[in-house]
Design a protein. Structure first.
Lengths: 290, 286
């Protein structure tokens, strides 16, 4: 790991020579750092358009609050709008292809249960789905689903491995400049990989956590990936809960979103804890279509 | 899509995973209503947590699954073997024999002709055969439990026909003699990742039975599953068993692909079955 950290250091030194002025940055941001809509339009408004390329978005919430549904929705929506390839790292065997298919199919539930907001949602979604209805339905489904790639990861070493391979393949793709590029990386959940190694009296765990954070942010920035990770919640004493992974992780995500679900219903509440552009503390309700 | 093919073994696109998933068979719980809310039964490659108050039928369901996973393929089952990790000492082998007999009599009732034709497959339909295909581990401390789960990976590599691992219960030892709660959380989250890995790598179902505890939230004491908030994230699906008057109910509390729902079930002499009124065909209390 020490070796890897040194590597990271060397590459930052290499980048020092190339400085950017404000206009370059603005051009980069407007040209290649787009918002990828999640398809949950209340949430998209809350996030200023969706998950931003170049940034790390964290979704946190209690068990069964809808974090995985949020990820599955974002993955399906981004793939269905042909914005690029989605890479989904699954730590809890909860990547459900049938759920993805249902979301892509746009079940009646997807439209009906949205209530008044559906008018905002329909206009930009329908022309697209009509366009692809020219193809047989399952050809469209097949094409979309083939652009979602899922890999199971069960420990932090495997995660580092996958991220490094991803970096290599992204660099190669850049040279070739062909094929669909990965635009969204989802890790559901990053906390289940990191929780076993942090805490206790050994500092190595924390160092590994930060090195994972560094590579995620580097990939996001250099390859215009939107990174979406989920975090669980732990007790903060006196019955309250807070996001897990502690204070040093708190500084890592650009955007933090906490969601909760009323027991027995599919109405979720999302609150912005942290955002780079917009005010935090804002809240919205959204429906996870059944 | 090129990047997908460059990825190492294990990366798969959602389309291929969908066709894999659709060809999967599920492990029946014995109750049609319960199977319905679970999307056909207990799924392989997933970790399912089942919790409930003492006496509601957690162990019964665990034993039932250990038997049902062995229903031969020609009768619509998986024809697999079971690993049963018993931490509480509640695995009553006479009861297992009864449930196996109940399962066999139900199979014969459903396929009245097939057993006359082939006497060879009839050999499989003996309670003794069902009992012999359960690998049973008795665990007496949390250290043993950690060791057993670490060993499982090797064991399953040697016994590829195991299709279900049942841990009854995952809680027991960790609730007795563990002082350092932060350490407990770390150990448990590592265990849960190992179980996730086993489920995926060996294409089997992992079923964790959990106890309940009281938790003080929003001004009242409520029953929740034991082992705390961090643990609650460590399963793919969660089913809570509870009493509703005199009827047993199961509530699907968490699932990535299915809506929350509840269904009644019964524990009969033959094992876990539908409540009599809702399905007259399968349940005939003897």
């Amino acid at each position: 790991m020490e070796e890897r950290m040194n590597q990271d250091q060397r590459s930052t030194e290499g980048r020092c020579g190339r400085f950017w002025n404000g206009m370059d940055l603005l051009k980069d941001v407007t040209g290649s750092k787009h918002f990828l809509p999640t398809g949950l339009e209340g949430v998209d408004t809350l996030l200023g358009g969706g998950l931003r390329q170049g940034q790390l978005t964290e979704v946190t919430g209690p068990s069964s609050s809808g974090k995985t549904q949020f990820c599955l929705h974002s993955a399906s929506h981004v793939a269905a709008k042909h914005m690029g390839v989605v890479m989904y790292l699954d730590t809890s065997n909860s990547f459900s292809p049938s759920r993805i298919a249902t979301i892509i199919d746009g079940t009646p539930g997807l439209f009906c249960q949205r209530g008044s907001q559906s008018t905002i949602f329909l206009p930009f979604f329908l022309p697209l789905s009509y366009g692809f209805d020219l193809q047989p339905k399952d050809v469209r489904l097949k094409n979309i689903m083939r652009s979602i790639i899922c890999e199971s990861v069960f420990d932090v070493f495997a995660l580092s491995e996958v991220l490094h391979q991803l970096e290599v393949s992204l660099l190669n793709d850049k040279e070739k400049n062909g094929g669909s590029r990965i635009c969204l990386l989802i890790i559901d959940s990053i906390s289940s990989l990191l929780a076993p190694i942090i805490g206790g009296k050994y500092p190595q765990g924390r160092a590994m956590m930060i090195s994972v954070a560094m590579i995620l942010k580097k990939l996001a920035d250099e390859h215009n990936l939107a990174v979406l990770v989920t975090n669980h919640m732990v007790s903060a004493g006196n019955g309250a809960v807070k996001p897990a992974l502690g204070e040093s992780w708190k500084a890592v995500p650009h955007v933090r979103l906490v969601i909760s679900r009323d027991r027995g219903s599919n109405i979720c509440t999302a609150t912005v804890l942290k955002h780079t552009l917009l005010a935090s503390g804002r809240t919205t309700k959204f429906v996870v279509p059944s | 899509m090129g990047s997908g093919e460059n990825n190492p073994l294990g990366a798969q696109n959602a389309w291929d995973m969908l066709s894999d998933e659709q060809s999967q068979k599920h492990i029946t719980t014995g109750s049609g209503d319960l199977n319905n809310i679970l999307g056909g039964g207990i799924h392989c490659k997933e970790v399912t947590e089942i919790g409930g108050v003492p006496g509601v039928g957690k162990t019964q369901l665990g034993i039932q699954l250990a038997i049902n996973v062995q229903i031969p393929m020609q009768y619509g089952g998986l024809g697999g073997k079971a690993v049963y990790v018993d931490t509480e000492g509640s695995f009553m082998v006479e009861r297992v024999y009864q449930i196996a007999e109940g399962c066999i009599s139900d199979i014969l009732e459903h396929f009245p002709h097939s057993h006359e034709k082939s006497s060879s497959s009839n050999k499989q339909l003996q309670p003794e055969h069902f009992l012999a295909d359960i690998y049973y581990f008795r665990i007496c401390s949390y250290a043993e439990q950690i060791a057993a789960i670490n060993y499982l990976e090797k064991f399953l590599g040697e016994h590829k026909d195991v299709r279900i691992v049942i841990i009854d219960s995952v809680t027991f030892h960790f609730r007795q003699d563990f002082d350092d709660l932060a350490l407990r959380t770390r150990v448990l989250s590592e265990l849960s990742l190992k179980l996730m890995k086993i489920a995926k790598a060996y294409n089997l179902a992992v079923v964790l039975l959990n106890q309940v505890t009281t938790k003080f939230t929003e001004g009242s004491f409520q029953l929740t599953l034991a082992l705390g908030d961090s643990w609650s994230h460590s399963c793919t699906n969660r089913v809570i068993l509870y009493w509703n008057g005199n009827e047993r109910y199961a509530y699907l509390d968490k699932s990535p692909s299915l809506p929350v729902a509840s269904a009644p079930y019964a524990v009969t002499g033959k094992g876990v079955r539908d409540v009599v009124s809702s399905n007259h065909k399968r349940v005939r209390v003897t």
